[in-house]
Design a binder for this molecule. Structure first.
Ligand code: ATP
Length: 327
Protein backbone atom coordinates (compact mmCIF):
# COMPACT_ATOMS: atom_id res chain seq x y z
CA UNK A 1 0.00 0.00 0.00
CA UNK A 2 1.35 3.45 -0.87
CA UNK A 3 -0.37 6.50 0.53
CA UNK A 4 0.08 10.01 -0.86
CA UNK A 5 0.56 12.74 1.74
CA UNK A 6 -2.10 15.43 1.92
CA UNK A 7 -1.39 18.90 3.24
CA UNK A 8 2.11 19.52 1.84
CA UNK A 9 5.23 20.45 3.76
CA UNK A 10 3.43 23.07 5.86
CA UNK A 11 0.91 20.52 7.21
CA UNK A 12 1.69 19.48 10.76
CA UNK A 13 0.14 16.79 12.92
CA UNK A 14 0.57 16.73 16.70
CA UNK A 15 -0.02 13.83 19.06
CA UNK A 16 0.19 13.84 22.84
CA UNK A 17 1.11 10.83 24.92
CA UNK A 18 1.17 10.01 28.64
CA UNK A 19 3.86 8.71 30.99
CA UNK A 20 3.22 5.46 32.85
CA UNK A 21 3.76 4.12 36.33
CA UNK A 22 3.68 0.41 37.18
CA UNK A 23 1.20 -0.47 39.94
CA UNK A 24 2.69 -3.97 40.02
CA UNK A 25 6.03 -4.93 38.52
CA UNK A 26 6.88 -8.60 39.04
CA UNK A 27 10.14 -9.72 37.50
CA UNK A 28 10.79 -13.40 36.81
CA UNK A 29 14.23 -15.01 36.56
CA UNK A 30 16.63 -13.86 33.85
CA UNK A 31 16.03 -15.98 30.74
CA UNK A 32 18.73 -17.43 28.43
CA UNK A 33 18.18 -14.47 26.06
CA UNK A 34 19.07 -12.07 28.92
CA UNK A 35 15.51 -10.81 29.31
CA UNK A 36 13.25 -11.26 32.32
CA UNK A 37 9.67 -12.41 32.01
CA UNK A 38 7.36 -9.78 33.51
CA UNK A 39 3.88 -9.43 34.86
CA UNK A 40 3.06 -5.78 35.29
CA UNK A 41 0.09 -3.48 35.75
CA UNK A 42 0.62 -0.33 33.70
CA UNK A 43 -1.22 2.87 34.62
CA UNK A 44 -1.02 5.97 32.41
CA UNK A 45 -0.77 9.33 34.17
CA UNK A 46 -1.41 12.91 33.08
CA UNK A 47 2.18 13.91 32.37
CA UNK A 48 2.40 14.29 28.61
CA UNK A 49 5.00 14.61 25.86
CA UNK A 50 3.92 16.12 22.54
CA UNK A 51 5.23 15.07 19.15
CA UNK A 52 4.62 17.11 15.97
CA UNK A 53 5.39 15.68 12.53
CA UNK A 54 5.60 17.39 9.13
CA UNK A 55 6.36 16.03 5.67
CA UNK A 56 10.03 16.71 4.79
CA UNK A 57 12.60 15.73 2.18
CA UNK A 58 14.59 13.87 4.82
CA UNK A 59 13.99 12.76 8.38
CA UNK A 60 15.16 14.98 11.25
CA UNK A 61 14.29 15.34 14.92
CA UNK A 62 14.46 18.14 17.49
CA UNK A 63 13.85 17.70 21.20
CA UNK A 64 12.99 20.50 23.63
CA UNK A 65 11.85 20.56 27.25
CA UNK A 66 12.53 18.30 30.24
CA UNK A 67 15.87 16.50 29.80
CA UNK A 68 15.84 17.09 26.04
CA UNK A 69 19.65 17.38 25.86
CA UNK A 70 19.97 13.70 26.94
CA UNK A 71 17.88 12.38 24.05
CA UNK A 72 19.59 11.06 20.89
CA UNK A 73 18.86 13.11 17.76
CA UNK A 74 19.69 10.48 15.15
CA UNK A 75 18.28 7.10 14.14
CA UNK A 76 18.49 5.89 17.78
CA UNK A 77 15.67 8.25 18.74
CA UNK A 78 12.66 6.05 19.42
CA UNK A 79 10.27 8.45 17.62
CA UNK A 80 12.50 8.33 14.52
CA UNK A 81 12.59 4.53 14.70
CA UNK A 82 8.81 4.40 15.04
CA UNK A 83 8.25 6.68 12.02
CA UNK A 84 10.66 4.57 9.95
CA UNK A 85 8.95 1.33 11.02
CA UNK A 86 5.54 2.73 10.07
CA UNK A 87 6.86 3.95 6.69
CA UNK A 88 8.21 0.45 5.99
CA UNK A 89 4.95 -1.19 7.07
CA UNK A 90 2.85 0.94 4.68
CA UNK A 91 5.31 0.73 1.80
CA UNK A 92 6.62 4.31 1.78
CA UNK A 93 10.13 3.90 0.39
CA UNK A 94 12.91 6.35 -0.35
CA UNK A 95 14.21 9.29 1.64
CA UNK A 96 11.61 11.83 0.58
CA UNK A 97 8.54 9.54 0.66
CA UNK A 98 9.41 8.41 4.18
CA UNK A 99 10.96 11.74 5.25
CA UNK A 100 9.44 13.44 8.26
CA UNK A 101 10.43 16.36 10.46
CA UNK A 102 9.78 15.38 14.06
CA UNK A 103 9.58 17.85 16.95
CA UNK A 104 9.40 16.36 20.44
CA UNK A 105 8.36 18.55 23.38
CA UNK A 106 9.23 16.67 26.54
CA UNK A 107 7.62 16.94 29.94
CA UNK A 108 8.34 13.29 30.81
CA UNK A 109 11.87 13.12 32.27
CA UNK A 110 14.41 10.92 30.46
CA UNK A 111 15.61 7.60 31.95
CA UNK A 112 13.17 8.08 34.82
CA UNK A 113 11.19 4.82 34.79
CA UNK A 114 8.23 6.62 33.18
CA UNK A 115 8.72 5.19 29.66
CA UNK A 116 9.13 8.61 28.04
CA UNK A 117 11.06 7.29 25.03
CA UNK A 118 8.41 4.63 24.37
CA UNK A 119 5.77 7.34 24.75
CA UNK A 120 7.42 9.42 22.02
CA UNK A 121 7.51 6.37 19.74
CA UNK A 122 3.78 5.84 20.31
CA UNK A 123 3.02 9.51 19.60
CA UNK A 124 5.10 9.40 16.40
CA UNK A 125 3.12 6.34 15.22
CA UNK A 126 -0.21 8.09 15.81
CA UNK A 127 0.93 11.37 14.23
CA UNK A 128 2.56 9.76 11.16
CA UNK A 129 -0.45 7.47 10.67
CA UNK A 130 -2.48 10.69 10.31
CA UNK A 131 0.11 12.67 8.31
CA UNK A 132 0.44 9.88 5.76
CA UNK A 133 -3.30 9.11 5.83
CA UNK A 134 -2.26 5.49 6.36
CA UNK A 135 -5.44 4.49 8.18
CA UNK A 136 -3.78 1.77 10.27
CA UNK A 137 -5.88 0.45 13.16
CA UNK A 138 -4.81 0.76 16.79
CA UNK A 139 -4.00 -2.97 16.75
CA UNK A 140 -1.75 -2.54 13.70
CA UNK A 141 0.04 0.40 15.36
CA UNK A 142 0.46 -1.74 18.51
CA UNK A 143 2.09 -4.51 16.48
CA UNK A 144 4.54 -2.05 14.90
CA UNK A 145 5.14 -0.40 18.29
CA UNK A 146 6.04 -3.73 19.91
CA UNK A 147 9.00 -4.00 17.51
CA UNK A 148 10.33 -0.65 18.80
CA UNK A 149 10.03 -1.27 22.53
CA UNK A 150 7.97 -3.33 24.95
CA UNK A 151 6.34 -0.26 26.58
CA UNK A 152 5.21 1.27 23.26
CA UNK A 153 1.96 -0.74 22.91
CA UNK A 154 0.82 0.45 26.34
CA UNK A 155 1.59 4.10 25.54
CA UNK A 156 -0.77 3.68 22.56
CA UNK A 157 -3.70 2.35 24.60
CA UNK A 158 -3.20 4.13 27.95
CA UNK A 159 -5.62 3.62 30.84
CA UNK A 160 -4.75 0.72 33.15
CA UNK A 161 -3.64 -2.58 31.64
CA UNK A 162 -1.90 -5.83 32.52
CA UNK A 163 1.32 -6.45 30.57
CA UNK A 164 2.96 -9.86 30.19
CA UNK A 165 5.99 -11.22 28.39
CA UNK A 166 8.28 -8.21 28.27
CA UNK A 167 5.25 -6.01 28.91
CA UNK A 168 4.07 -5.91 25.30
CA UNK A 169 1.28 -8.53 25.65
CA UNK A 170 -1.54 -6.35 26.98
CA UNK A 171 -4.97 -6.89 28.46
CA UNK A 172 -7.03 -3.90 29.57
CA UNK A 173 -7.69 -3.97 33.33
CA UNK A 174 -11.18 -3.62 34.76
CA UNK A 175 -10.32 -0.56 36.83
CA UNK A 176 -12.64 2.17 38.03
CA UNK A 177 -12.21 5.53 39.71
CA UNK A 178 -9.50 8.09 39.26
CA UNK A 179 -6.28 8.29 41.22
CA UNK A 180 -4.26 11.25 42.47
CA UNK A 181 -0.50 10.82 42.29
CA UNK A 182 2.57 12.76 43.25
CA UNK A 183 5.69 12.04 41.19
CA UNK A 184 9.10 12.96 42.55
CA UNK A 185 11.90 13.11 39.98
CA UNK A 186 15.42 11.99 40.89
CA UNK A 187 18.44 14.26 40.50
CA UNK A 188 19.83 11.98 37.77
CA UNK A 189 18.49 9.15 35.61
CA UNK A 190 18.89 5.39 35.91
CA UNK A 191 19.55 3.20 32.86
CA UNK A 192 17.04 0.36 32.78
CA UNK A 193 19.67 -2.37 31.98
CA UNK A 194 21.74 -1.25 35.02
CA UNK A 195 18.71 -1.66 37.29
CA UNK A 196 17.94 -5.17 35.99
CA UNK A 197 21.63 -6.09 36.46
CA UNK A 198 21.50 -4.81 40.07
CA UNK A 199 18.30 -6.83 40.62
CA UNK A 200 20.08 -10.00 39.37
CA UNK A 201 23.06 -9.27 41.66
CA UNK A 202 20.85 -8.78 44.73
CA UNK A 203 19.00 -12.02 43.98
CA UNK A 204 22.27 -13.93 43.54
CA UNK A 205 23.54 -12.53 46.86
CA UNK A 206 20.33 -13.56 48.66
CA UNK A 207 20.54 -17.00 47.11
CA UNK A 208 24.18 -17.39 48.21
CA UNK A 209 23.32 -16.13 51.72
CA UNK A 210 20.62 -18.78 52.04
CA UNK A 211 23.22 -21.45 51.28
CA UNK A 212 21.83 -22.03 47.78
CA UNK A 213 18.40 -22.93 49.24
CA UNK A 214 16.89 -20.92 46.40
CA UNK A 215 15.58 -18.03 48.54
CA UNK A 216 16.89 -15.43 46.09
CA UNK A 217 15.45 -17.20 43.05
CA UNK A 218 12.08 -15.86 41.94
CA UNK A 219 9.40 -18.15 40.54
CA UNK A 220 7.44 -17.22 37.43
CA UNK A 221 5.78 -13.82 37.94
CA UNK A 222 2.08 -13.82 38.79
CA UNK A 223 -0.62 -11.18 38.62
CA UNK A 224 -1.70 -9.93 42.05
CA UNK A 225 -5.44 -10.70 42.07
CA UNK A 226 -5.94 -8.63 45.25
CA UNK A 227 -4.59 -5.57 43.44
CA UNK A 228 -6.93 -6.25 40.51
CA UNK A 229 -9.91 -6.46 42.90
CA UNK A 230 -8.85 -3.20 44.57
CA UNK A 231 -8.61 -1.51 41.15
CA UNK A 232 -12.10 -2.74 40.27
CA UNK A 233 -13.41 -1.23 43.52
CA UNK A 234 -11.86 2.13 42.58
CA UNK A 235 -10.76 2.73 46.17
CA UNK A 236 -7.27 4.28 46.41
CA UNK A 237 -7.04 3.26 50.08
CA UNK A 238 -7.34 -0.38 48.98
CA UNK A 239 -4.92 0.05 46.06
CA UNK A 240 -2.17 1.92 47.97
CA UNK A 241 -0.86 -0.91 50.21
CA UNK A 242 -0.86 -3.34 47.26
CA UNK A 243 1.58 -1.41 45.05
CA UNK A 244 4.71 -3.52 44.47
CA UNK A 245 7.84 -3.24 42.40
CA UNK A 246 10.45 -6.01 42.20
CA UNK A 247 12.97 -3.49 40.83
CA UNK A 248 12.62 -1.14 43.80
CA UNK A 249 15.39 -2.68 45.94
CA UNK A 250 17.74 -2.56 42.94
CA UNK A 251 16.89 1.09 42.17
CA UNK A 252 17.40 1.98 45.87
CA UNK A 253 20.76 0.20 45.90
CA UNK A 254 21.87 2.45 43.02
CA UNK A 255 20.36 5.67 44.43
CA UNK A 256 20.02 5.21 48.23
CA UNK A 257 18.78 8.81 48.64
CA UNK A 258 15.43 7.69 47.20
CA UNK A 259 14.73 5.96 50.54
CA UNK A 260 14.36 9.40 52.10
CA UNK A 261 11.85 10.48 49.48
CA UNK A 262 9.76 7.31 50.02
CA UNK A 263 9.91 7.77 53.80
CA UNK A 264 8.83 11.43 53.53
CA UNK A 265 5.82 10.41 51.43
CA UNK A 266 4.78 7.65 53.83
CA UNK A 267 5.13 9.97 56.83
CA UNK A 268 2.88 12.53 55.18
CA UNK A 269 -0.08 10.32 54.41
CA UNK A 270 0.72 8.63 51.09
CA UNK A 271 -1.56 5.59 50.71
CA UNK A 272 1.24 3.91 48.78
CA UNK A 273 4.83 4.87 47.94
CA UNK A 274 7.07 3.16 45.42
CA UNK A 275 9.77 3.57 42.85
CA UNK A 276 8.20 3.78 39.37
CA UNK A 277 9.43 1.03 37.01
CA UNK A 278 13.21 1.04 36.89
CA UNK A 279 13.30 4.40 38.71
CA UNK A 280 14.51 6.77 39.91
CA UNK A 281 11.10 8.52 39.86
CA UNK A 282 9.13 7.83 43.05
CA UNK A 283 5.33 7.65 42.82
CA UNK A 284 3.02 8.36 45.75
CA UNK A 285 -0.71 7.62 45.77
CA UNK A 286 -2.84 10.19 47.60
CA UNK A 287 -6.40 9.94 48.94
CA UNK A 288 -7.53 12.96 46.90
CA UNK A 289 -6.45 16.21 45.25
CA UNK A 290 -5.99 18.13 48.53
CA UNK A 291 -3.94 15.31 50.06
CA UNK A 292 -1.81 15.17 46.90
CA UNK A 293 -1.05 18.90 47.25
CA UNK A 294 0.02 18.42 50.89
CA UNK A 295 2.14 15.42 49.95
CA UNK A 296 3.84 17.33 47.14
CA UNK A 297 4.80 20.10 49.58
CA UNK A 298 6.13 17.61 52.15
CA UNK A 299 8.18 15.65 49.60
CA UNK A 300 9.58 18.87 48.14
CA UNK A 301 10.54 19.82 51.71
CA UNK A 302 12.54 16.60 52.11
CA UNK A 303 14.93 18.18 49.61
CA UNK A 304 16.12 14.97 47.97
CA UNK A 305 14.27 15.24 44.64
CA UNK A 306 14.88 17.52 41.67
CA UNK A 307 11.18 18.32 41.11
CA UNK A 308 7.78 17.18 42.30
CA UNK A 309 4.56 17.17 40.23
CA UNK A 310 0.94 16.19 40.79
CA UNK A 311 -0.76 14.02 38.16
CA UNK A 312 -3.92 11.95 37.75
CA UNK A 313 -4.51 8.49 36.38
CA UNK A 314 -5.67 6.75 34.38
CA UNK A 315 -4.88 8.96 31.36
CA UNK A 316 -5.82 8.08 27.80
CA UNK A 317 -3.17 6.74 25.43
CA UNK A 318 -1.45 8.53 22.54
CA UNK A 319 -3.95 10.67 20.63
CA UNK A 320 -4.04 13.51 18.14
CA UNK A 321 -4.13 16.96 19.66
CA UNK A 322 -7.46 18.58 18.69
CA UNK A 323 -8.16 15.36 16.79
CA UNK A 324 -7.11 17.03 13.55
CA UNK A 325 -4.17 18.23 11.49
CA UNK A 326 -2.77 21.72 12.27
CA UNK A 327 -1.41 24.04 9.55
P1 ATP B 1 11.99 2.35 30.27
O1 ATP B 1 10.97 2.46 29.15
O2 ATP B 1 13.05 1.34 29.98
O3 ATP B 1 11.40 2.31 31.64
P2 ATP B 1 12.80 4.96 31.00
O4 ATP B 1 11.42 5.48 31.14
O5 ATP B 1 13.55 4.73 32.26
O6 ATP B 1 12.82 3.67 30.13
P3 ATP B 1 13.30 6.69 28.74
O7 ATP B 1 12.99 8.10 29.08
O8 ATP B 1 12.35 5.94 27.90
O9 ATP B 1 13.63 5.91 30.10
O10 ATP B 1 14.75 6.69 28.07
C1 ATP B 1 15.57 5.57 27.97
C2 ATP B 1 16.68 5.88 26.97
O11 ATP B 1 16.11 5.90 25.66
C3 ATP B 1 17.32 7.24 27.15
O12 ATP B 1 18.49 7.15 27.91
C4 ATP B 1 17.60 7.73 25.74
O13 ATP B 1 18.95 7.60 25.40
C5 ATP B 1 16.82 6.79 24.83
N1 ATP B 1 15.83 7.49 23.97
C6 ATP B 1 15.66 7.30 22.65
N2 ATP B 1 14.68 8.08 22.17
C7 ATP B 1 14.18 8.77 23.20
C8 ATP B 1 13.15 9.73 23.33
N3 ATP B 1 12.41 10.14 22.28
N4 ATP B 1 12.90 10.22 24.55
C9 ATP B 1 13.63 9.80 25.62
N5 ATP B 1 14.64 8.92 25.54
C10 ATP B 1 14.91 8.39 24.35
Amino acid sequence: MHVTPIGGPAGAVTARVPAKVNLQLSVGPRGPDGYHELVTVFHAVSLFDEVTVRAADRTSVTVTGEGGQAVPLGPANLAVRAAAALARAIGRRGRSAAGVRIEIRKRIPVAAGLAGGSADAAAALVACNELWRAGLSLQELRDIGAQIGSDVPFALIGGTAVGQGRGERLTRALASGSYHWVLAFGASGLATPDVYAACDRLRAMRSAASGGAGDGEPGPPELNTELMAALRSGDPAAVGPLLTNDLQAAALSLQPVLRQALAAGREHGALGAMVSGSGPTCAFLAAGAAQARELAVAITGAGVCRAVVQVNGPATGACLVDGRRRQ
